[in-house]
Design a protein around this ligand. Structure first.
Ligand code: MG
Length: 154
């Protein structure tokens, strides 16, 4: 068994779509970044890579490389899953906590859970999607994701 941990943050910016967990969510701002800014998929990708002691997302997909501009972050996740498989492991479950002031994730959590589970090839009841507002943190204009993942030998 292996455990992995990933963390990411992105700043909210007007005029771009919001993507979290591979889903476009209704909101008046999106998350800036070189790729599509999907803070949750980035943290999951880093958790998977960390579990196999691999290079991190920034090393594999550097923002300085133009080919990753506006990239679909599912591409990063797929590469992490490919490396996990090559290392002889498969994901068992993952758990996440998002920290953001808006939009409210509760009503969207089921859809995010199902989509992330599909992307990771695990059952929906093996994906935890939790959200908090940034009380006292002063990070109202950012979205933060924390992820842990468990792998087993396959
Ligand atoms: Mg990121």
């Amino acid at each position: 068994m292996r455990i992995g941990y990933g963390w990411d943050s992105h700043e909210f910016k007007s005029g771009i779509p919001l993507k979290i967990g591979g889903l476009a969510l209704p909101h008046d701002k999106g998350l800036g970044g070189h790729s599509d800014g999907d803070v949750l998929l980035h943290a999951i990708t880093d958790a998977l890579l960390g579990a196999i002691a691999g290079p991190d997302i920034g090393a594999l997909f550097p923002p300085s490389d133009a080919q990753w501009k506006n990239a679909d972050s599912a591409v990063f996740l797929r590469e992490a899953l490919r490396r996990v498989k090559t290392a002889g492991y498969e994901p068992v479950n993952l758990d996440s906590t998002l920290i953001l002031s808006a939009p409210r994730i509760g009503p969207l959590a089921e859809a995010i859970r199902k989509h992330v589970a599909e992307l990771c090839g695990i059952p929906a009841d093996c994906v935890g999607i939790k959200a908090k507002t940034p009380e006292g943190m002063g990070t109202e204009n950012a979205a933060i994701a924390n992820v842990v993942v468990l792998l087993r030998r396959c």
